[in-house]
Design a protein. Structure first.
Length: 83
């Protein structure tokens, strides 16, 4: 499922704090333009700069805040993991 596009002025405050997907649901953040800072706040976590060539994949239930890195437009796809 693809969520609506959002920009640096419309990022939900929830997304700027640690949040996670539900069990069995992963997400892929796609950048249409600009960049986002994307952190994985788990053991062995890392910070990534997402841009149109580098989307961000997050496994189910992993804590991950995002922050705008200047003007940006992005959207998220949610995938239910089966198996």
């Amino acid at each position: 499922m693809r969520a609506a596009e959002f920009g640096e002025g419309s990022i939900l405050s929830t997304c700027e704090k640690n949040h996670a997907t539900r069990p069995g649901v992963s997400c892929m953040t796609h950048i249409v333009s600009g960049r986002l800072r994307h952190r994985i706040d788990e053991p062995g976590g890392r910070e990534m700069r997402l841009d149109p060539e580098r989307p961000g994949l997050v496994a189910p239930e992993v804590l991950h805040p995002i922050d705008p890195d200047g003007p940006a437009l992005s959207f998220v796809e949610f995938h239910r993991n089966t198996g």
